[in-house]
Design a protein around this ligand. Structure first.
Ligand SMILES: NC(=O)c1ccc[n+]([C@@H]2O[C@H](COP(=O)([O-])OP(=O)(O)OC[C@H]3O[C@@H](n4cnc5c(N)ncnc54)[C@H](OP(=O)(O)O)[C@@H]3O)[C@@H](O)[C@H]2O)c1
Length: 342
């Protein structure tokens, strides 16, 4: 048995760069690493474990020489590689929203539904970066006291849109401080010193697509299509880490102390909850870490069975690259490759 030969498709992007770093941090066992990106980047190099790797184009031949591909590019590439990769014998773990709700594609947060990896057909998906921390929190609490309804409002960082949006925030902030006019390209409006209640495309029911993703993906991961979920997704001028204000209605009352215990015992969740001393999760503390942080845990004053809380998680790590690599580790643990050689 050998280790998988791995490709990162979209290695130069916000998530791809972090994936490269996390593969090294976790010592992911592999026999080869190939990096691909757009034609703009082909021929440039990136460093992995001190070695230069030349960026290539994403071709059928390259996929045929790999056992695993992390696809972290855009919807068109995900659409194409989600089919082509498995055809070439390469297991694809896709970061986009293209495949998540396909019934044949496992949508996995390993701390919650690792067994959904079983029986995959060569294509697996990670959830949206706001879904993952919400689903983990609900899984931790709902195991003890079934959840009926969830209302979540997000405060999502610009790196969730990709590296161009991070550059745009920095440029606009400098322009505003210099008293110069700004131009908006990543969003319909200026994001520096502003918030935008608009992520994705508008749907007929008045929700934007990010809000629909959070609802549908959470229901799929938890195997609970019956949980009522309403979300409002908001882009804020923060570089990294998404925050969420969440109200949860349970079947029975949930004591905040019990909730803290359940959350602290759940893998990947850290409780930071000392509001009297101004200690609560914040994006600047979560950035660069793999944990989902939960705080401000209190009874919801509007409902006897309600709980209110605050969640923060690094969207590039647990919201994307870390979760994808954890799924790959589950595939490796099960030996669930498409080829015999691995
Ligand atoms: N950002 C997040 O927090 C987050 C979280 C969860 C999921 N996701 C998903 O992850 C994916 C990547 O997001 P991102 O934020 O990293 O975007 P990004 O920073 O804009 O990076 C996009 C990447 O795609 C590459 N690319 C573009 N055209 C390509 C092509 N024809 N072939 C191969 N690669 C190509 C780009 O290469 P060049 O550098 O050469 O242009 C770049 O490496 C998206 O599907 C997104 O929905 C993102």
């Amino acid at each position: 048995m050998s280790n998988p030969r791995v490709a990162i498709v979209g290695a130069t992007g916000a998530v791809g760069r972090v994936a490269l770093q996390i593969l090294e941090e976790r010592g992911f066992a592999m026999d080869a690493l190939r990096l691909t990106a757009s034609h703009r980047s082909v021929g440039k190099t990136m460093i992995y474990k001190g070695q230069e790797i030349t960026i290539e184009a994403t071709t059928a031949e390259l996929l045929a020489e790999c056992d695993l591909a992390f696809v972290s590019a855009n919807d068109d590439i995900s659409q194409e590689i989600g089919v082509l990769g498995p055809q070439q014998g390469c297991v694809v773990i896709d970061d986009s929203g293209v495949w998540r709700m396909d019934p044949s594609v496992p949508l996995v947060v390993p701390e919650i539904n690792a067994d959904d990896v079983d029986g995959h057909k060569g294509l697996l998906a990670i959830p949206n970066c706001s879904t993952t921390p919400l689903a983990m929190t609900l899984a931790a609490l709902g195991a003890k006291n079934p959840i009926k309804r969830v209302i979540a409002s997000t405060y999502q960082s610009v790196s969730g849109t990709g590296s161009a949006a991070v550059a745009e925030l920095n440029t606009q902030a400098a322009q505003v401080l210099a008293g110069e006019p700004t131009t908006a390209e990543s969003y319909p409006h200026q994001i520096a010193f502003n918030v935008l209640p608009h992520i994705g495309s508008l749907k007929e029911d008045g929700y934007y697509s990010e809000e629909v993703k959070m609802r549908q993906e959470t229901q799929k991961i938890l195997h609970r299509p019956d949980i009522a979920i309403s979300t409002t997704c908001v882009r804020v001028p923060v570089p990294i880490s998404h925050s969420e204000a969440v109200n949860i209605e349970f079947e029975r009352p949930m004591d905040p102390d019990e909730a803290r215990e359940l959350l602290a015992a759940f893998p990947g969740i850290v409780v930071v909850d000392d509001p009297a001393n101004a200690k609560y999760p914040m994006p600047i503390d979560a950035a660069g870490t793999d944990e989902t942080y939960v705080g401000r845990i209190r009874k919801d004053s509007s409902h006897p069975n309600g709980l209110a809380l605050w969640i923060v998680s690094d969207n590039l790590r647990k919201g994307a690259a870390t979760n994808a690599i954890q799924i790959a580790e589950e595939v490796a643990k099960r030996g669930a490759w498409l080829r015999e050689r691995v």
